[in-house]
Design a binder for this molecule. Structure first.
Ligand SMILES: *[C@@H]1O[C@H](CO)[C@@H](O)[C@H](O)[C@H]1NC(C)=O
Ligand SMILES: *[C@@H]1O[C@H](CO)[C@@H](O)[C@H](O)[C@H]1NC(C)=O
Ligand SMILES: *[C@@H]1O[C@H](CO)[C@@H](O)[C@H](O)[C@H]1NC(C)=O
Ligand SMILES: *[C@@H]1O[C@H](CO)[C@@H](O)[C@H](O)[C@H]1NC(C)=O
Ligand SMILES: *[C@@H]1O[C@H](CO)[C@@H](O)[C@H](O)[C@H]1NC(C)=O
Length: 468
């Protein structure tokens, strides 16, 4: 009532300024989303940040506890080329698709309570350029690489924080998974170097999180045979033959080593029909029109057989993991969804869960040296891996962690969720650098998708500095 008697006009510029201070130019506060009933029970901001010729799209979800003090985490997905929306909807965010009784149209969304945003603000970015809703304004700008995209992601983060200064003082974590283990490690290094060089504002980096990350091509690729033997896909005799004739190198084997070549050929045949993302799940390649392409891009970790397009509303009787993925296409390509998200219409004509035609050069095959350097900094690090993952096997992850030559402070032990062993963990420390490795039992690639609830507990303990 009293409001009406106030002189409203002079207040207007002030009010606008207040809004502008909180919501950066080009940002949208999303209150409702198609498919979700009522208002979103958390704060979602979306928008673009310009870096070089790139317009990088983000989804920011504010911590649901104490956003003024809780940490903030930058998160992006692997591929390269997989949208951060994967992380939001399938892995660590507070929303999930409700596929019960799906009958076509915009899929419905439900609130997902075990979200990492319960304790942490999360800045999901579609990176590198060409991923999700991110795009380039020029032809040349589409070309990117591990080092270039890491640099752009670092610049994105700086710009976003400068536009949202209230988050600058909070503890900052970088979180990536799968292929982005490579560029994510370089982002961390860029931040450290920026801080050392006195670049302002200083970023309050506290640590990083690597989910089934690609770190070293040689270790990773060789670990596949070792892992396959360990979980019983390959007989002792075949494994021994490979070990004897291949001199520890099981990848890119040629006929110049005939006995090794023979052993690897047998191995390849044995695992041909195994689902590499989760060795216990059906492979479902029959649903994919892109098998040829998948095979030719095997070197990339995440170019999976998931991107078949079902014509809605047909959901086959047989359950396949990638049916869930189809939902994301129907949702993100809907005009009402894009309008609600503040997406610039007509630029990304056909949103893809993972862009397989990214103009991307793999210019770094190992970031092990980055972690050797980072292990001299006071950082908190979480590394985790599923034990049913044949794309980035846990054996390889354990191997490169070991190669950092850190001191064990809490040796291999089970970690428990709801009275059940959720995995095994080991903690290392070296002059302020603290690295926790955790395996996730029964989880494929990536664990936070396959064991969402358990990974929520793992993250929660880590971010609160509790032992996992
Ligand atoms: C999911 O959708 C079904 C069918 O429309 C509905 O009955 C159910 O309540 C929904 N679940 C949640 C958690 O929203
Ligand atoms: C086996 O590998 C080691 C180390 O990678 C290398 O030094 C050695 O020459 C290799 N031996 C053969 C027979 O290829
Ligand atoms: C995928 O990336 C390429 C090259 O970066 C780009 O030209 C294309 O538009 C992208 N596709 C989608 C669907 O965004
Ligand atoms: C690691 O640190 C050394 C010494 O400061 C430096 O020469 C090297 O380039 C660094 N390596 C990486 C990958 O950053
Ligand atoms: C590992 O650490 C030990 C003890 O700190 C040291 O003696 C050894 O040389 C290190 N090895 C490597 C490969 O760095």
């Amino acid at each position: 009532m009293a409001m009406t008697s106030l002189p409203s006009l002079p207040l207007l510029p002030l009010l606008l300024f207040a809004i502008a201070a909180n919501v950066a130019l080009g940002a949208t506060i999303v209150k409702t989303l198609p498919g979700f009933e009522g208002e979103l029970p958390f704060t979602l901001e979306t928008g673009y940040v310009s870096v070089d010729d790139s317009e990088l799209f983000y989804y920011f979800i504010e911590s649901q506890s104490n956003p003024k003090e809780d940490p903030i985490m930058l998160w992006y997905s692997g591929g390269p080329g997989c949208s951060a929306f994967n992380g939001l909807i399938f892995e660590i965010g507070p929303l999930a698709f409700n596929i019960t009784d799906y009958e076509g149209g915009v899929p419905s969304l439900q609130y997902y309570p075990y979200s990492w945003s319960k304790s942490t603000s999360i800045l999901f970015v579609d990176a590198p350029v060409g991923t999700g809703f991110s795009y380039s304004k020029t032809q040349a700008g589409w070309y990117t690489s591990d080092t270039k995209s890491a640099w752009q992601t670092y610049q994105f983060l700086r710009k976003w924080l400068i536009e949202h200064p209230q988050y600058l003082k909070l503890q900052l974590f970088i979180g990536v998974d799968s292929y982005s283990g490579i560029s994510g490690s370089i982002v961390v290094q860029n931040i450290v170097e920026g801080n050392e060089a006195g670049v302002v504002p200083r970023l309050n980096l506290k640590g990083y999180i690597l989910g089934c990350p690609r770190i070293d091509a040689t270790i990773n690729d060789n670990s596949k045979l070792i892992f396959s033997h360990r979980i019983g896909l390959v007989s002792d005799d075949i494994y021994e033959a490979a070990k004897k004739y291949c001199n520890g190198s099981y990848d890119d084997v040629t006929t110049s080593e005939p006995k090794c070549y023979e052993a690897i050929k047998v191995y390849d045949r044995l695992i041909k029909d195994i689902n590499k993302y989760d060795t216990l799940e059906p492979k479902c390649t029959w649903a994919s029109p892109n098998q040829e392409e998948d095979m030719s891009r095997r070197a990339l970790e995440e170019t999976s057989s998931d991107d078949f397009i079902l014509s809605p509303p047909k959901i086959p009787d047989m359950w396949c993991h990638n049916f869930n993925y189809a939902m994301s296409y129907w949702w993100a390509n809907d005009r009402s969804v894009q309008e609600a998200l503040g997406v610039r219409l007509g630029i990304v004509d056909n949103w893809e869960r993972c862009n397989k035609s990214l103009q991307y050069t793999l210019d770094v095959s190992s970031v092990l040296d980055y972690h050797k350097n980072l292990s001299k900094m006071g950082l908190q690090v979480l590394v985790y891996n599923g034990d049913h993952d044949l794309t980035i096997p846990c054996t390889g992850t354990q191997k490169w962690v070991k190669a950092l030559n850190l001191t064990i402070v809490n040796d291999w032990r089970p970690w428990i969720v709801d009275g059940q062993i959720a995995g095994y963990t080991i903690k290392y420390s070296e002059s302020g650098y603290r690295l926790t490795y955790a395996s996730v039992l029964g989880a494929g690639h990536s664990p936070q998708e396959y064991k969402r609830r358990v990974c929520y507990e793992m993250f929660n303990r880590f971010i609160h500095y509790y032992p996992i």
